[in-house]
Design a binder for this molecule. Structure first.
Ligand code: GTP
Ligand code: MG
Length: 554
């Protein structure tokens, strides 16, 4: 089974990080094949949450060997899986076969001795490994680290240049960027650790990840979006007795649901700030449309956003996940477009008038619905396939769509990734943004209901525009870059693989060329540039690769 593939005795002895990462990916592939790629998000979440509850996070500053650590931990219970990663030092995620292992380990854990400071007496599953014997004083050697962030863009460009086709480049980019099995486990573990803090007030709560951490479109290093789920306490499922006596809880009342959310988040924010091990820089952003807490979880390195009862966002996460599972081209194209957009500053880690990753994803989905024959169905079609159990109305919004993959009949479309990427750029290079709105519910352009430069209908809250923040300048840049990129993909200089000698710098080609900095000044005068020989363009792109401008990763 998959689990025995990843237990520790099989993993020790793998030689390189690359090999190990590769083996992880193969495990995932096996999983996908076994279930025919049709595992519903709910099943995945339940499985991951349960794993996280049996796991601990250990900072391993002391130089203990892997073997000794494993032996030490095994005394407390069977270890199902463990892996190492770096974030402010060496860390290990350890998953026991049962919660008893965790309990046993915590029972023997000691309280740190401090001289001039005082401790906040809050215990959690975040531990430090200490070593009293001097034998292992040196840092452990030969440890394999699981990457928790993506390779720098210049390295990616180099790696992609070695591939033999643009389709292969797109597949390779996706494999290098997507969240790994280990990174996913770490994300759920952080949710579980934070849940323990919130459970001090709300013992029945859960903290669930949503957004790109779980929708299949997340890259290593993306933020961790979570919501505090208090539904089990809110009384939705409680049956009223038909007759006789019963008791009810006395509860404090507030003026609105929003006010409740704000006060709950405010208190949990204080708690994380003062007592939460590893939580730093807690900001309360309570007046936003969707109130949230923003902080960094230092031991994992995740930038965290915690909201409360954000059920519509969970539905859009489910929808994106479903689309990603329907055809492998969906995720690959989304990863490629997101990476391309980031490389050119179309998207940014700083909030502002930029197009968001979420908007870009919806734009890719819309484009795929518009192919002939369509690669994915419209949201209305998915709603029509829904069974009674799929019915979902949240705050008056119909969020119903089918969850059973087997009911979805896909049309036969065999377009290659290279062709689709080119067509994506063409599609948006000529899209009537001034009049039309992007609508994945209908899968057809609609007349724009408002004057915003870019209008992308929110799939579930249909009166809202997902890209309301985008200004005309940012939209123009996006369109210009689509034009430039589709033009580049047509040039034989771009789409012919370049052979590089062993150990030499590989000449960028294909997708790599599209990721190189494009001069914005040049984009504005595309017509003039069109007459310039393509070889000149490639030469200047190569020069810019040699002197890259520093890029911020997000
Ligand atoms: P990253 O950029 O990788 O973090 O992508 P993301 O999909 O996680 O986006 P983000 O962190 O901005 O938002 C998290 C989730 O909130 C998204 O996946 C959506 O489900 C939802 N979301 C974000 N922005 C919007 C929006 O403008 N409208 C709606 N309805 N949902 C949004
Ligand atoms: Mg996110």
């Amino acid at each position: 089974s998959r689990r025995t593939d990843t237990v520790i005795h099989r993993r020790v002895g793998t030689n390189t990080t690359a090999a190990r990462t590769e083996s992880t990916r193969r495990d995932e592939n096996v999983l996908t094949e076994e279930t025919n790629g049709r595992k519903c998000l709910h099943t995945l979440l339940v499985e991951r949450q349960e794993q996280a509850e049996r796991s601990v996070l250990i900072s391993c500053q002391s130089g203990t060997s892997e073997k000794k650590l494993f032996k030490f931990l095994s005394k407390h219970g069977d270890v199902e899986k463990y892996f190492f990663y770096e974030s402010y030092g060496l860390n290990a995620v350890v998953e026991f076969a049962s919660r008893d292992g965790v309990a046993s380990l915590l029972e023997t854990a000691t309280i740190p001795a401090v001289n001039h400071e005082s401790l906040v007496p809050f215990k959690s599953r975040l531990l430090s490994l200490r070593n009293l014997s001097s034998v292992d004083a040196n840092p452990p050697s030969g440890l394999q680290f699981q990457p928790q962030s993506t390779v720098p863009i210049n390295e990616l460009i180099q790696r992609l240049s070695q591939e033999e086709s643009i389709d292969q480049q797109i597949i390779s980019l996706t494999e290098q960027y997507q969240i790994t099995d280990e990174n996913s486990r770490l994300r759920f573990l952080v949710c579980s650790l934070l849940k323990d803090v919130a459970a001090a007030y709300f013992p029945e709560c859960t903290i669930k990840p949503f957004g790109s951490s779980v929708n299949g479109f997340g890259k290593l290093g993306c933020d961790l979006d979570m919501f505090l789920d208090l539904d089990s306490i809110s009384g939705w499922n409680v049956k009223m007795p038909k007759s006789g006596l019963f008791t009810e809880y006395q509860m404090k009342r507030a003026s609105s649901e929003r006010a409740v959310t704000q006060s709950v988040l405010s208190v949990i924010g204080e708690c994380l700030d003062h007592f939460g091990p590893g939580c730093v820089g807690v900001q309360k952003i309570l007046n936003a449309r969707c109130p949230l807490l923003r902080f960094v979880h230092q031991p994992s390195g995740f930038q965290c956003d915690l909201t409360a009862n954000n059920r519509v966002a969970m539905k859009s996460t489910e929808l994106l996940y479903l689309y990603g599972e329907l055809d492998p081209r969906v995720r690959r194209l989304v990863f490629t477009v997101r990476c391309w957009a980031r490389a050119h500053g179309i998207t940014s880690s700083i909030p502002g008038a930029w197009i968001s990753n979420f908007s870009l994803t919806v734009m890719v989905l819309f484009f795929l619905q518009k192919r002939n024959p369509p690669i994915i169905p419209t949201l209305d079609q998915l709603r029509d396939l829904a069974g009674p159990a799929d019915k979902s109305v949240i705050e008056g919004n119909d969020c119903t769509f089918v969850s059973d993959f087997t009911k979805i009949q896909l049309r036969r479309n065999t377009e290659t990734l290279e062709h689709l990427l080119y067509e994506f750029f063409e599609f948006y290079a000529t899209f009537a943004f001034s009049r039309m709105s992007v609508d994945i519910r209908k899968g057809k352009e609609q007349n724009k209901p408002e004057v915003a430069p870019l209008h992308i209908q929110n799939p579930f809250e249909t009166a809202l525009n997902v890209s309301k923040n985008v200004n005309a300048t940012q939209l123009e840049r996006f369109v210009a870059l689509c034009q430039e990129s589709s033009w580049l993909l047509q040039q034989s200089e771009t789409n012919t693989p370049k052979r590089g000698g062993a150990g030499k710098v590989h000449t960028p080609w294909g997708l790599s060329t599209l990721l190189l900095p494009l001069q914005v000044a040049g984009i504005k005068s595309r017509k003039r540039r069109k007459r310039e020989p393509a070889s000149e363009r490639i030469k200047s792109l190569l020069d810019s690769l040699k002197n890259p401008s520093p890029k911020k990763s997000s």
